[in-house]
Design a protein around this ligand. Structure first.
Ligand code: OGA
Ligand code: NI
Length: 342
């Protein structure tokens, strides 16, 4: 990335402290069936108090993770001009991208995005009156040739795990296990391969700036370098999520926050850089179909006012997506913009 572009520099109050507190205790949930009687209450506690947890014995074969990690490493090692042959742009939002902005500051990373099921559709524009849809088309590079297959295999595993977690979250809110499933018909789940090159200015820049995930759930595989930080709900401190082999990190996204009428909260997180090691991670974003109107569930608002007005997921997604391309002068779209004033 050569000369440091000022677009990477975080405002003073958002710069990371290089000595960080290690979170030993982000909840670790053992998903093996022998422990099934504890799952629902553990998920309830984790979602309420942390918004983040890790899972082990999750059923995803370690082989399938190893294969996608190897292929991602090979892809990102290609010369820039090769990677740019599959660049994402304003017309096709899937592919390679190295100038993402989070909250209008550039991230120290490069990514490769692909959608999981096909065909998958999103609105053609953020304009609420424009009913046109656009199909999301994946762009696969020539090298490594196995990338497509390993991504597709990993995606199937992620979807299975995501539905298992969704069922547990639903039960933990006192709802039937399949209460949310209908929303995920025609979903446009996507996977993002992340590569964070070593950064000469880890005190000034971030791999991903602070943000909340707009989706329902995120399943993250981080490597053993680490760098993910979560903002504690209790005191607002940033803590590091220590890498644990063969676990996945799960976080509740904005949609679950709205469905649950703020019982569960989508928590801010970011990625801190280091000057020595490159880091890889894989995010699976689990999201409803574009036509879904997201609003607090009636069963969960009995006796109290819904805290949010309904919003259309597809329009929300494309509006957000547009803001990640360049530095804009306005804050990007947040669920707080749909909050009913109290
Ligand atoms: C994300 C994200 C964290 C990481 O992709 O939304 O928060 O560790 N990634 O890559
Ligand atoms: Ni995130």
């Amino acid at each position: 990335m050569g000369e440091v572009d000022p677009a990477f520099i975080q405002d003073t109050q958002h710069r990371p402290k290089l000595a960080v507190i290690e979170a030993e205790s982000i909840p670790l949930i053992d998903l093996s069936s022998a422990k099934a009687s504890n799952h629902v209450s553990q998920i309830a506690d984790a979602c309420k108090n942390w918004g983040f947890f890790q899972v082990i014995n999750h059923g995803v074969p370690s082989e399938s993770r190893r294969k996608i990690e190897d292929a991602a490493r090979k892809f990102f090692a290609l010369p820039l001009e090769e990677k740019r042959k599959v660049s994402r742009d304003e017309v096709n939002p899937m592919g390679y991208f190295d100038t993402e902005h989070t909250k209008n500051v550039r991230d120290w990373k490069e990514v490769f995005d692909h959608v999981v099921s096909s065909p998958a559709f999103i609105p053609a524009s953020p304009d609420p009156d424009d009913k046109e849809l656009k199909e999301l088309i994946n762009q696969w590079p020539q090298y490594p040739p196995e990338l497509r297959e390993v991504c597709e295999e990993y995606a199937r595993e992620m979807e299975k795990l995501a539905f298992k977690l969704l069922g547990l979250i639903s039960l933990s809110l006192g709802l039937p296990e399949n209460r949310f499933n209908l929303f995920f018909e025609e979903s446009a789940n996507f996977i993002r391969l992340n590569h964070y090159p070593p950064c000469p200015i880890p005190h000034l820049a971030l791999g991903v700036g602070r943000h909340k995930d707009g989706v329902a759930l995120t399943i993250l595989a981080q490597d053993d370098v680490g760098g993910l930080q979560v903002k504690l709900k209790t005191n607002g401190e940033w803590v590091r999520v220590k890498p644990t082999p063969d676990t996945y990190i799960i976080n509740v996204g904005d949609i679950v926050q709205v469905w649950s009428n703020d019982t569960y909260e989508s928590v801010e997180h970011r990625v801190m850089m280091n000057s020595e090691w490159e880091r890889f991670s894989i995010s699976f974003f689990f999201s409803p179909g574009h036509h879904v109107w997201v609003k607090p569930l009636e069963e969960l608002t009995k006796g109290e006012e819904p805290k949010y007005r309904a919003y259309n997921w597809g329009k929300f997604f494309v509006t957000r997506r547009r803001s990640s391309f360049k530095k804009l002068d306005v804050e990007n779209l947040q669920i707080s913009h749909f909050k009913v004033s109290e």
